[in-house]
Design a protein. Sequence first.
Length: 242
Amino acid sequence: MTEPKRIWDDYLTPRDKEVYAASGYGKRGGFGSRPALFIIDVQYNFCGDQPEDILEGLKKYRTHCGPEAWEAVKHIEPLMHTAREKNIPIFYTESARRPDMIDSGVQVGKSHRGTEKTVIEGTHATQTVAPLAPRPKDILIGKRKPSCFFGTIFMSHLNFLDVDTLILTGCTTSGCLRATCVDAYSFNFKVVIPEETAFDRFQASHAVNLFDLNCKYADVMPTTEVQTYLEGLPVREDVAVG
């Protein structure tokens, strides 16, 4: 049976495909029984205020990821609603900076974002987009570096809620989503990335990082499969939040 075409296929060389077939990478790790949904950096400064061409969006938000961001939101939203129905924990990142940007550290010297005011905490730019707005009972993790595990209490929450599977959505595939995925795998969580819910400003980075994450650290699968998994879970009664 022929494997369905994947988003990364056009970026792989013939040798890459041969190595992948021979090496045993990409095996499914599977789901656990106590998942959490994680919505990473799905903010206006990454998505724009509405779907638009990325070059147009970059005039306002330097972190803009193009119309693919709002397409991803459409796929995240049903997962969010099902997680709420099942009382599954939902985490969000708050990726923002203080006005003097001191908490950006070396990032100021690495990119033009160091002088951008569309990353300032408490502004419209750094809010989660309205269709995915968190409720009071959801858990917001403030972060300043790519991985949500770095310098935060994220792991403490996961331990307290007895989470064994992280469903990662959001952006960017090559940045914060990837860094969080690798750390989650390193802490022995099962990691699932619903393919249509991840996005990046660079098309090649998006595709190749999904390939690499699927090879080694996560199950990258159609969002419909993740939705079916969530719908099949019982309502969780022991979540002590809210």
